[in-house]
Design a protein around this ligand. Sequence first.
Ligand SMILES: Nc1ncnc2c1ncn2[C@@H]1O[C@H](COP(=O)(O)OP(=O)(O)OP(=O)(O)O)[C@@H](O)[C@H]1O
Length: 699
Amino acid sequence: MPTILADTFTSSLARLANDEQKQAKLTAFDLQTNPDQPSLQFHRIDKSKDPNFWSVRVSRDLRLIVHKSGDSLMLAYVGHHDEAYKWAERRRIETHPTTGAVQIVEVRERIEVAPPAQASQESLPFEIVKTRVAPPAPPLFEKLTSGDLLSVGVPQDWLSDVARANEESFFVLAGHLPQEASEALLEYAATGILQRAAAPVANPMAHPDSMRRFRVLEGVDELQAALDAPFEKWAVFLHPLQRGVVERDYSGPARIAGSAGTGKTVVALHRVMRILRTDPNAHILLTTFSDPLAGALRRKLAVLSVDHQSLESRVTVASFRRICEELYALTTGRKAHIADRDQVRELIEKARQDAGVQGFTSRFLASEWENVVDAWHIGDAAGYAEVPRMGRKNRLGQKQREVLWQVFSRVREALKQRALFTLASLFEAVTTTYAARSDKPFTHVIVDEAQDLGVPELRFLAAITPDKPDALFFAGDIGQRIFQQPFSWKELGIDVRGRSFTLKVNYRTSQQIRVMADRLLPQMIRDVDGLEDDRRGAISVFDGLDPTVVIAEDAQAERAAAAAFLKAALADGIAPQQIAIFVRSPELLPRARAIADAASLPFRTVAAQKPGDDALALVGIMHLAKGLEFRAVLIIACDEGALPLAARVEDVADEFELDEVIATERQLLYVAATRARDRLFVSGVAPGSEFLEDLISKH
Ligand SMILES: Nc1ncnc2c1ncn2[C@@H]1O[C@H](COP(=O)(O)OP(=O)(O)OP(=O)(O)O)[C@@H](O)[C@H]1O
């Protein structure tokens, strides 16, 4: 008999204590292996509107709720006796009459509306327990017909509630509707566009919206993997768009985009598993821009598979730099020595003096080296004469280029004499080695945080994969680019047009925090190749507190406000490890530490969690925030001059770079703000960063 796992089972399992979870899992395994064994005591839930709900005894107090229909058995819920029965009494499992998806429909009844919501009793069909007195907001969906509502999967008996919902009541209501219905309605409320559900299919369980909440399990291993990490719902249940991108076959490099928290990393992880399953010869590189993030990816990947041995032998997880260093060592038998930025800047200065070149600022020379000469690996005067210097505003004539090459050729020579690579030249060296070889170290490369790939990294990744259509897969958000200057991927032969998909449902961040963070970025971002990232229509699936923005008189007042915010979060049960405090640059860290101390918050200052660190908050610079998530985030010391960072603004070589610096500083704040699930506090000392204005202003 096939066993079906419902997402409601996973969520309810996650709420149990550890030993209860163990007992519940044992019963679930028994049910899957031999549902007819007499020791499993089934009791029909008589009061349920759905006659197919049964309870199964786990222990004296715990009950597992199953749904039996035809020859399948669904694990639907687990909980303490009365509460589990109540859950089943209030649910029906049915195929939606219009969309054809199987839904767990909640039976309408009294719903408690949280304090900020308000609506008059006449306007809602259920009894409201707490309300605030204020004029009711107008209904959101009055222009939609019942047919429209049915087409997005609203269950029939919720139609009139939805028709009457207004802005205040809708989030409460949305939590009671099937996900596809609440997502479509939220998107409609944000954009005026109603995305109808996918068409019905022959087997209702195979409908894309059924597959986002039910998983038909093939065997005990699958059940074990699915139940091992009940907190990680994403490991089992994907949004139809996510699933589509994971399972498609591509005719060339492909990309998943989407604003922060929309599940791009989740897609990248599932893509790895899909390739492992479908290609027995696959050896995959999963890569991202830093070692701590690679560590986080490794841990998440382990959640997706019980076959850890196969993961170990067939998947390599490493940062761009680390894998490049490893491949260099592998192919040459030597360790690469890499010059850091300051060393290179010193060499440029010396080369300029030796060549007697005048009329160019040090900033310009450093930027020209980094973004043009080194990034594009220009090796001689002829190459430099021809390089297009894309996007750079100040044109250079032939004469000027000849003069500049006097400097850059000396820098190249000096690096060579010292047997030093720059990071870019190391990528280039390994690229050259592998470009000439037909045997590649990996069959597939999957990249997370792809917006922070530079020219040398992208060339390198293309060179270490075979020339086959689905070898390269990228996950990234151009709105979160903080390290690299934009360039054309197409010119490097990586064309993702027609194979680029955008996720819209934000699982991480509350509606309030997402809306505020989105004010930092344009609604439409276009990359160099003309690929558009339309950020309108993104939705969050849950509601929360309004973020706090404080422009304080001085650092002391800021500390008091931030410490009060922290204390309230701790008092509401948010654990220290669920909290982060970010600042723009290292010199501001003492201000963050003082705030943590004022709230008696224990903290660590490195991103990578070590054993024993699991009860500590994170205090660090905003760049550390990438890829992480917390329940509460504080971004403090957003002062004038600190954000955008004055030193960076002063360091620009031209107008183009100035725009770039402002954009990446803005994106940095966006990255930090979107790490927050439930609570966000942003502060600075008056007059405050210009970006704080954008956060507050409602345009
Ligand atoms: N299908 C899903 N069901 C439930 N939760 C999900 C799903 N997909 C993603 N999530 C959750 O949403 C959060 C964000 O996911 P993820 O880190 O993949 O987003 P992202 O787009 O890569 O974010 P960022 O760009 O900010 O790094 C995570 O907590 C993840 O567990």
